[in-house]
Each structure stands twice: as structure tokens, then as C-alpha cells.
Design a protein around this ligand. Structure first.
Ligand code: IMP
Length: 453
């Protein structure tokens, strides 16, 4: 009997804790695949063997029986991938014979990184060259190389391409590398390529054959649906399609095998980079502050030296509440260390997202963090339930807070009333099942409502 594929995506602005959910769900699948993005996605996986910071290797890396796949929709940074693989090897986890990379994936080249570092700042990109790489692919010039077309001598091909575009000031502008920088980049690329090239496969039916033979695939979305290059609020988006339907384009499988779409939501929302964020605490002041902090490279350490978060919780000021929640819930970029903008859970936005992308069930992470609202003057959990008028003024519903004990439940029957009230509000207003609540960073800190049928 044929297998199937499920797609898991974040439903807000990224960093919803998808990696943790995949770690929990991995036993239900045979293959975990990536279909979009590249080293702009960052997740920390903590295990008994140690902690790995992964960007491109799918999140089920530590489930050693699972096959991992990086599809043609990804933009692969070979140098960073080799470093991730080395990090995993040090922790005793091998990728040989398990990780497969589509030869059609786009290749991140030195000029993509340079152009993004120069120009991406205007919208707050992660600086990983993602936009320029996909742009080169869409331009269909030789500058847009694929991972698998250079199975022999990647570095010299990249060098040859670079010299053609370097002659063209219009394309590189201030981002041109001098010859010694270029030579160092190419050498680094060459060393990394020797580590990675055996993982590249040139078989467009790789996943199809496996699924036909019964494999169950979980596609892991990078970034989140609101950052989709088409759907999101241009230009403050990533450069790939994050829409779950794109899993069947960038993941190299036909959509006939789709079974369901799983969404991951965070109970307190965050966003890095610029762009609209209607439920942001402190509004424009928070957006400006976080943009300036990113520019000045001020992150967790700076804020810890400047603010007393439990004092800020008490002031009743939106901006200060946002700073406090960021500090107390660790909301700083995994790759960049940037302070993330913080906002309230936004029901109207989630409802629209779930409807638009056909989400069947959700996991809600960081529910434990809601208890911090108990320290605020109102002492209640505010949830945005609608927006009013042309100014789109948020209307809040306030829910009773819950304490740690309420979150220690392990079965739905033992869940305390205030937690249930939160879940009921989500189920009633979102029109989709809440499958589980995340109540802490550990795999065990999860309350299931619905077991896999
Ligand atoms: P890029 O993907 O590096 O081009 O950045 C474009 C936008 O997407 C910026 O606002 C980034 O902060 C955001 N972004 C990219 N990757 C992630 C992620 O993994 N989590 C959250 N935001 C991201």
C-alpha cells in the first residue's frame, strides 16, 4: 500500500517551535523533508547527547532510523551544511546513507551572501543570501547554479561564474569581493563540498518511489506561511514559498500523496525583521526599538544588563510588557541573536491563515509562558479576538491565568479549567483541532488532546 505525506508549517512569523514538534512527531514517519529556504531557518535541538544548532539538516536528525531529504525548492549553503554535518558527527550522529540532497536545489554562492548582507538590511533579512540565490535561479542566467550540476569541481565553477558577474557592476554594486576574499571563499567551498557531495542525488523520483513503497513523509516548512514570498506583506517576507502546497513543488513529490496539513502556533507571537505585526506589544515603538537593536547588535545580554523584566511586567505599558516577555521567554534570533518583536496571540489573523492554507490541526507552543500575564496589573491573559474600524483597533478578550500546576496535566481529562478555556476559545474561533499544547522546551512537556488516529 502507498504511503502519504503530511506538511507541517508555522502559522505566524516563524520561530513557532516547529523543530520540537517534529522531534515529537518523527516516530510516526519514515522520511522528514525540507522543501524551501536554507540556512535562514535556525533551530536548536537539545538531546541527551548534546545540543546541535541546525539550519538546513531536517529536524529529525537525531532519529537515526529516519531518512532526511533536502528538496529542489531549497537554497543550499554547502559550507554551513558541512559544518552542521560535522557538528552532528561529533555528537555521534551520521548523515551518511540517511541525508539526501536534490541535485536541483539552488546553490548559495559567495556573491549571494555579499549582496544580501548589503541590501537585505533594508528589510532585515538573515543575511544568508537566500533572496539573491532564488533571484538568480529565476533569472535563468549562469549565475544561478544548482547543487548537483557541479559534482566534480564546484569551487572552480563558482569562481568562473563569479568572474563573469564581477565584471558587471550593475549586478554586484558594492558587494564585490576582492580577489583574496574570493579565493578564501572558494577554498572554503571546496573543502565543504568534499564533505557533502556524496549526499547529492540526481533522481527526481526519489521520494515518489519511497512513498509508493509505503513510506510516510513529513515535510517540514521553514520560516512560516505569513513570510511566503507571494502571500506575505512584500517586501518583508522571505524569498521562497512557505505555503504548505509548495511542499509538493520544492519537496519533489506529486500532490496526490497529500494527507493533511499541521500548523504550529506560538501562544505569545514573535517576529524578527520588519513588516506588519498587528498585535505587536508596544506597536511602532517596539518595531523601531528592535530594528535599532538588530543594527547595533544588541541582544539578550544587552537587555539583561539594562532591564529588570519582572518590574517591567508590572508597569502596564505595552512596550515594556513586550521587552519583559522577550527576556523571560528567550525570544532572540537563533542564528542572529536579534531581539524578536513580541505580540499577543491574534485570533482573526490565525483564522484567516488556517482557512487560506487548509490547516487540519494545530500544535500550540509556549502555553506555559502565558502564566507571566499573572504578574501584570490586569492579571489576565489578553487575546486579540477582532479588529475594529478602518484603524483596525484590536479588541481583546481576557482569560483567567493558570499556574504551573495546571500545566502538569498529562491527559486531557486532568487539564485544569483555565487551560481548557483557552483551548476552547481557539477551537471555537479557528475551526480546526488543537492537537496538543506545548508547556515547556522538553519533549515530555506536551499535553495531547487528540492522538494520531
Ligand atoms: P531571509 O529569509 O533571510 O531573506 O529574510 C527575510 C525575512 O524573513 C526577514 O524578516 C527575516 O527575519 C525572516 N526570516 C527568515 N528566516 C526566518 C526564520 O527562520 N524565523 C523567523 N523569521 C525568519
Amino acid at each position: 500500500m502507498s504511503g502519504y505525506a503530511d506538511v507541517l508549517v508555522g502559522l505566524q512569523y516563524g520561530d513557532e517551535g516547529k523543530a520540537k514538534v517534529i522531534d515529537i512527531l518523527a516516530p510516526e514517519y519514515d522520511i522528514v523533508g525540507r522543501f524551501n529556504g536554507g540556512a535562514n531557518a535556525g533551530h536548536t535541538v537539545a538531546t541527551e547527547r548534546g545540543t546541535a544548532k541546525l539550519m538546513q539538516v531536517p529536524s529529525a536528525a537525531f532519529h537515526e532510523q529516519k531518512t532526511l531529504y533536502i528538496g529542489s525548492g531549497c537554497a543550499v549553503n554547502v559550507v554551513k551544511l558541512a559544518a552542521e554535518i560535522a557538528q552532528l558527527r561529533e555528537l555521534g550522529v551520521s548523515m551518511e546513507g540517511r541525508l539526501f540532497i536534490s541535485s536541483r536545489a539552488a546553490l548559495i554562492q559567495p556573491h549571494h551572501l555579499e549582496v544580501d548582507r548589503q541590501e537585505g538590511r533594508q528589510i532585515g533579512t538573515t543575511g544568508n543570501g537566500i533572496g539573491p540565490c532564488y533571484a538568480d535561479r529565476a533569472m535563468r542566467m549562469r549565475a544561478g547554479l544548482r547543487v548537483g550540476l557541479q559534482l566534480k569541481d564546484l569551487a572552480s565553477d563558482v569562481g568562473a561564474v563569479y568572474s563573469t558577474i564581477d565584471g558587471n557592476a550593475r549586478r554586484l554594486g558594492n558587494a564585490a569581493l576582492d580577489s583574496s576574499e574570493l579565493a578564501a571563499s572558494l577554498e572554503e567551498l571546496d573543502v565543504a563540498w568534499q564533505q557533502v557531495k556524496s549526499l547529492v542525488i540526481d533522481d527526481p523520483l526519489f521520494l515518489t518511489k519511497k512513498v509508493r513503497a509505503g513510506a510516510r513523509v513529513l515535510f517540514e516548512g521553514a520560516q512560516s506561511v505569513l513570510l511566503d514570498v507571494g502571500y506575505g506583506d512584500q517586501p518583508y517576507v522571505t524569498a521562497s514559498h512557505t505555503d504548505p502546497s509548495f511542499a509538493y513543488v520544492g519537496g519533489d513529490l506529486n500532490c496526490r500523496f497529500h494527507r493533511k496539513t499541521i500548523g504550529v502556533v506560538k501562544a505569545i507571537v514573535s517576529r524578527v525583521g520588519m513588516g506588519s505585526f498587528p498585535s505587536e506589544l508596544g506597536g511602532e515603538k517596539s518595531a523601531d526599538y528592535c530594528a535599532a537593536a538588530a543594527e547595533l547588535r544588541r541582544g539578550a545580554e544587552y537587555e539583561a544588563g539594562k532591564y529588570l523584566p519582572f518590574e517591567l511586567l508590572k508597569t502596564g505599558d505595552g512596550f515594556e510588557l513586550g521587552v519583559a516577555l522577550r527576556m523571560l521567554t528567550g525570544e532572540y534570533g537563533t542564528g542572529t541573536g536579534r531581539p524578536r518583536r513580541i505580540g499577543l496571540i491574534d485570533i482573526p489573523q490565525l483564522r484567516q491563515t488556517i482557512e487560506r492554507f487548509g490547516v487540519d490541526e494545530i500544535f500550540v507552543n509556549k502555553v506555559d509562558c502565558l502564566r507571566l500575564f499573572g504578574e501584570t496589573p490586569a492579571g489576565k491573559i489578553p487575546v486579540v479576538v477582532k479588529y475594529l474600524g478602518t484603524d483596525q483597533v484590536p479588541v481583546l478578550e481576557e482569560l483567567a491565568v493558570f499556574d504551573d500546576a495546571a500545566l502538569r496535566a498529562s491527559t486531557p481529562a486532568s487539564i485544569a479549567d483555565p487551560v481548557l478555556a483557552f483551548v476552547r476559545l481557539l477551537q471555537a474561533s479557528l475551526g480546526c483541532e488543537v492537537r496538543a499544547l506545548g508547556t515547556g522546551p522538553m519533549r515530555s512537556q506536551l499535553i495531547y488532546f487528540q492522538r494520531e488516529k
